[in-house]
Write a protein that binds this ligand. Structure first.
Ligand code: ADP
Ligand code: 5GP
Length: 204
């Protein structure tokens, strides 16, 4: 059986903090341990309980991040909620050399920068069913202080405004019911499906 053309392109996953990106990715990697490679970003934020250095992120200090940046290590990078995040060339190359589909989980400033590179990924936006649902998920996760939650919600509004620009993303998946969203996400990740959901109004 031939490999679908889209499977060979990297997949850029974005969406507001708390929408369920990590939850969907965790399921995908558990079901297909050998097909995909997660682009492990560098970040200056502190690890959350259960997060492993080198698996979820490369956790670095701000001066280390700045040094890597000055050496040209990153394909893209951004400041998000008072921390730096970046995707290194080395990480993406390593995954591609293994013949796995590279999946990036990045925010909107990074998406903009990737559009100026020759990576040619498929852009997938994970949308919440409503802003009210997003707020309750972000608070419910319980990993951030209320001040940090507020910062992330502000960033979420920008993320949604960007997603509303026509053709910014190739595919949208609404993470309403997790099982339904996962089935669609899986097909998109495998390159089997290229049409998703319609972006909800997200004006509540
Ligand atoms: P992100 O990686 O996008 O920041 P997470 O995957 O950490 O988001 O999910 C944020 C919270 O929302 C978690 O507590 C997760 O269990 C929950 N969650 C994820 N998907 C759904 C869903 N479809 N319905 C309800 N809660 C969800
Ligand atoms: P979190 O702190 O919740 O893990 O991530 C916060 C935001 O940073 C999320 O929107 C996530 O997609 C984004 N992010 C994670 N890694 C990178 C990266 O390397 N570059 C960019 N631009 N954003 C990233």
């Amino acid at each position: 059986m031939s490999i679908p053309a889209n499977f060979l392109r990297p997949l850029v996953l974005s969406g507001p903090s708390g929408v369920g990106k990590s939850t969907l990715l965790q399921r995908l990697f558990a079901e297909f341990p050998d097909k995909f490679g997660f682009s492990v970003s560098h970040t200056t934020r502190s690890p959350r309980p259960g997060e492993i250095d080198g698996k979820h992120y490369h956790f670095v200090q701000k001066d280390q991040f700045r040094k890597l940046l000055s050496e040209g290590a990153f394909i893209e990078h951004a400041e998000f909620s008072s921390n730096f995040y970046g995707t290194s060339f080395a990480t993406v190359n390593e995954i591609q050399q293994k013949g796995r589909r590279c999946i990036l989980d990045i925010e909107a400033q990074g998406v903009r920068q990737i559009k100026g590179t020759d990576l040619r990924p498929v852009y997938l936006f994970i949308a919440p069913p409503s802003l009210t649902a997003l707020r309750s998920r972000l608070r419910g996760r319980g990993t951030e202080t209320e001040a940090a939650v507020e910062k992330r919600l502000n960033a979420a509004l920008k993320e949604v405004e960007y997603a509303k620009i026509p053709n910014v993303h190739d595919i949208v998946i609404v993470n309403d019911d997790l099982d339904r969203a996962y089935q669609l996400f899986k097909q998109v990740a495998l390159g089997e499906v290229i049409t998703g959901d319609t972006l909800p109004p997200l004006d509540d």
